[in-house]
Design a protein around this ligand. Structure first.
Ligand SMILES: Cc1cc2nc3c(=O)[nH]c(=O)nc-3n(C[C@H](O)[C@H](O)[C@H](O)COP(=O)(O)OP(=O)(O)OC[C@H]3O[C@@H](n4cnc5c(N)ncnc54)[C@H](O)[C@@H]3O)c2cc1C
Length: 404
């Protein structure tokens, strides 16, 4: 593993850093670092005004050529190598800004899946508007009775002539209320064994028969939704891959989600902010930074942040050697999200009763953003496959342990 960057890579970082500095203040305001941003970049999109800012941020990233850095140039991406992509992630997350602009689901996973497994017609139709964020995407996988055991899904899409007719319900659909399009996993052959009768469809969210209901989370935000389908007609040409072979397509999307799951949380900068916080508060009757327990905990978290970084470099080495990451991408997702939670929980412990004050409350430390983070951080350990499921994948498919 070589830890040094070439002069071109250093020049790329410095251009990007300047660009981010000039543009982020224009969109998010000079005090963006004081917002509960760990959430803004991940699942939640906030109120309409915040969403407009994220859209504007997306447009600027697109115009500057930073959206979809890793997509091939042929499909409008940056064609950048893994090192440039990692530099981009480091610099954007250092400022706590949204990595994929406004279209995380599209840029991070649906676009790459279409590039890999879609038809040319589908790529030509959908990819350009993903890049410009003219069309926002969401992912319709989970259902009330199918989450970790996704293959148990019951939403049906039965072929009638040139259309699939969809009936059923999805839940926890991030960006559902902002999205124009959805990738939908639905059962197209109810008689086949459960992994075999599923197809992967592209659904226009404005189709008659779709009802979207935002859900309110414990943070108070509404980042995801329930989606209901009542005889929704989806043209046959919106099928990706073969009929009844959608499981393989869905795994590609999930794999992209898990790879980025190890990289898209700004744990590094959150810890740096926590260290700054400890300089301003008291703990057990004295300055927090002078307390051995606080110092020990911060040192431990700093070690873990470094481990996360090194494990990212290990994945990067795999990518540089041209190999596709496999089930080991679960490790990054598991470690990054659990570490984010540990950092937030320690802030919670340090702030004690102050952490009971919600965002914006009078008397809340730093406007209550730490309490908000603690609540939001848990969600990341569930979305994209819960920590328990990642443990199972690592145990069974990476370490080769017997199935429990
Ligand atoms: C912030 C957020 C955003 C999300 N966005 C989307 C989205 O955009 N689209 C979408 O389709 N879904 C989305 N989800 C849903 C997410 O994929 C599911 O919540 C997740 O897969 C878990 O499914 P479940 O909620 O049904 O829990 P369940 O599967 O019912 O699990 C309940 C508990 O049992 C444990 N468990 C289940 N099976 C096992 C097992 N075999 N071994 C050990 N433990 C097990 C789980 O770890 C969990 O603790 C999102 C979730 C969150 C939190």
């Amino acid at each position: 593993m070589d830890f040094s960057y070439t002069s071109e890579q250093e020049a790329f970082r410095s251009r990007l850093r300047d660009w981010l500095k000039q543009n982020s203040a224009g969109v998010f305001g000079p005090h963006y670092e004081k917002l509960p941003r760990s959430v803004a970049g991940v699942f939640d999109v906030g109120d309409d005004a915040s969403w407009e800012r994220v859209l504007e941020w997306h447009r600027r990233l697109y115009q500057a050529g930073y959206i979809a850095l890793g997509w091939p140039k042929e499909w409008g991406g940056g064609g950048a190598g893994p090192v440039e992509q990692a530099i981009y992630q480091d610099e954007v997350l250092r400022l706590g800004l949204p990595l994929y602009g406004a279209n995380m689901v599209a840029i991070d996973r649906v676009g790459p899946t279409l590039i890999l497994m879609g038809s040319d017609e589908q790529r030509r139709r959908y990819l350009p508007k993903m890049l410009t964020a003219e069309e926002i995407w969401c992912q319709g996988y989970s259902e009330p009775n199918a989450g970790s055991d996704l293959a148990s899904l019951e939403t049906r899409a039965l072929l009638e002539g040139d259309y699939f007719v969809v009936n059923g319900q999805k839940v926890w659909t991030s960006f559902g209320h902002r999205a124009h399009w959805q990738v939908l996993l639905a059962r197209t052959d109810p008689t086949a064994p459960k992994h075999r009768g599923i197809s992967y469809l592209l659904v226009d969210m404005r189709s008659p028969g779709i009802t979207v209901r935002p859900l309110r989370q414990m943070t108070g935000d509404s980042g995801f939704c329930e989606v209901f389908y009542d005889n929704v007609r989806v043209p046959k040409q919106n099928l990706v891959g073969e009929l009844n072979a959608g499981w393989q397509v869905s795994i590609a999307t999930l794999m992209y989600e898990r790879i980025s799951g190890g990289t898209r949380y700004p744990v590094d900068s959150t810890l740096a902010e926590l260290i700054e916080l400890t300089k301003t508060i008291a703990f057990a009757g004295g300055p927090a930074t002078g307390h051995a327990y606080v110092r020990q905990k911060l040192a431990q978290l700093a070690i873990e942040v470094m481990c996360l970084k090194l494990s990212r470099y290990r994945s990067l080495t795999v990518a540089l050697k041209g190999r596709m990451p496999g089930p080991e991408s679960s490790f990054g997702k598991l470690f990054a999200t659990e570490l984010s939670l540990r950092v937030a929980m320690f802030a919670d412990e340090l702030l004690g009763l102050h952490c009971g004050l919600e965002l914006g409350s009078l008397g809340a430390v730093e406007k209550g953003r730490w309490a908000h983070r603690t609540l939001a951080a848990r969600a990341a350990t569930i979305g994209g496959g819960s920590s328990e499921i990642q443990h199972n994948i690592i145990g069974e498919r990476v370490l080769g342990l017997p199935k429990g």
